[in-house]
Design a protein around this ligand. Structure first.
Ligand SMILES: NC(=O)c1ccc[n+]([C@@H]2O[C@H](COP(=O)([O-])OP(=O)(O)OC[C@H]3O[C@@H](n4cnc5c(N)ncnc54)[C@H](OP(=O)(O)O)[C@@H]3O)[C@@H](O)[C@H]2O)c1
Length: 319
């Protein structure tokens, strides 16, 4: 660790041990250089996601630290590696670093395959663009690619006010679906504003008992919710769960009911990012930014996010 930042170094939020938000600390690292087919991006803003605090506390896919977390990026291409034809220095880009092993955007600079990025839509700033990549790729891959959601279909989105949920609602509306979304009652006006047709208060109503004839469920909660959600489906319907590990009851019950059970992890994708940029440019997708934090205050963002009550996204902003 250096005391003085030089042109070859950068600030990042790192951790040496697993634990609570207090293990995050500002560190000085060597600025990475882009390898062939990679770009070096000066990060301007980066969303914080549940996977950040899960990795911070439990290591999950990454194992033991030291490491720098963060997968969301909005920023400016600083340099390109050999062979990169997609972008040039100075281009504004947004994207998700390859999940899970390409982490490291909670830093001033990051390198990644050029194809992890797309051009940042001109109509939104870096904070908004930094909020979008991981949650919108997740929602896109779940609803459009896995479930092939079509106009006129009924979709149930659990935790519709959350990071993934609020984007999923807008993607579903953009495809012409009828959207049922769950949140506590105080968030129902917000749900209607972003396009939910039928808000359900999960605290007073078991949505898996209250709704039927659903074509697609986006399960953001896992556990019993995955299995119970199968019951709301029409024959041939699908529950896409973004909690990728869980009980065998989920596929077993799906088979018994003649419906589909899919578990998935988000995957970095240039074309998905372009589709998301197109939704933004055509006014059909806007992130809700619940709060911004300087990079040095990442621990506070983790602390707030970890309560599980956020509406939209928390975003780290680099100077
Ligand atoms: N597989 C993947 O690749 C992938 C990708 C992204 C996310 N995920 C996972 O998906 C989950 C959701 O992520 P996220 O970013 O959307 O989380 P988030 O933004 O932290 O979700 C917060 C929202 O959840 C709502 N909520 C909490 N408990 C609820 C319940 N029982 N029913 C309905 N709503 C509830 C809260 O609303 P109230 O205040 O009204 O309770 C709040 O608005 C996380 O576990 C995350 O790790 C997986």
């Amino acid at each position: 660790m250096n005391d003085v930042k030089t042109a070859d170094t950068m600030r990042a939020m790192g951790q040496d041990v697993l634990g609570g938000p207090e293990v995050l600390k500002e560190i000085e690292l060597e600025r990475p250089a882009p390898r062939p087919n990679e770009v070096l991006v000066r990060v301007r803003a980066a969303g914080v996601n549940p996977t950040d605090w899960k990795h911070r506390a439990q290591g999950l896919f990454l194992g033991e630290p030291p490491y720098v977390l963060g997968w969301d990026v909005s920023g400016v291409v600083e340099a390109t590696g050999v062979g990169v034809a997609l972008f040039r220095p100075g281009d504004e880009v947004f994207g998700m670093l390859p999940y899970p092993f390409g982490h490291g955007s909670h830093a001033e600079y990051v390198t990644a395959p050029a194809r992890a990025f797309a051009a940042k839509p001109a109509g939104i700033d870096h904070v908004q663009a930094g909020a979008l990549p991981l949650v919108s790729l997740t929602a896109w891959q779940a609803l459009v690619e896995r479930a092939e959601l079509r106009a006129g279909q009924r979709v149930l989105i659990h935790a519709a006010a959350g990071g993934v949920g609020h984007v999923a609602v807008q993607i579903a509306k953009a495809r012409g679906a009828y959207v049922i979304g769950t949140a506590s009652a105080g968030k129902h006006d917000y749900l209607r504003e972003i396009g939910v047709d039928e808000p359900v208060d999960y605290r007073t109503t078991d949505v898996t008992e209250a709704v039927r004839d659903v074509d697609v469920v986006l399960d953001t909660l896992g556990g019993e919710t995955s299995v119970r959600s199968l019951r709301v489906l029409r024959p041939g319907g699908v529950v896409v769960s973004i909690l990728p590990v869980g009980s065998d009851d989920f596929p077993r019950e799906a088979e018994r009911l003649g419906v589909r059970a899919v578990r998935m992890l988000v995957d970095a994708d240039h074309h998905g990012m372009r589709a998301i940029a197109d939704l933004v440019e055509t006014g059909r997708l806007r992130p809700t930014v619940a709060g911004t934090f300087p990079l040095a205050e990442a621990a506070e963002a983790h602390e707030i996010g970890e309560t599980g009550r956020t509406t939209g996204k928390l975003v780290l902003v680099m100077d």
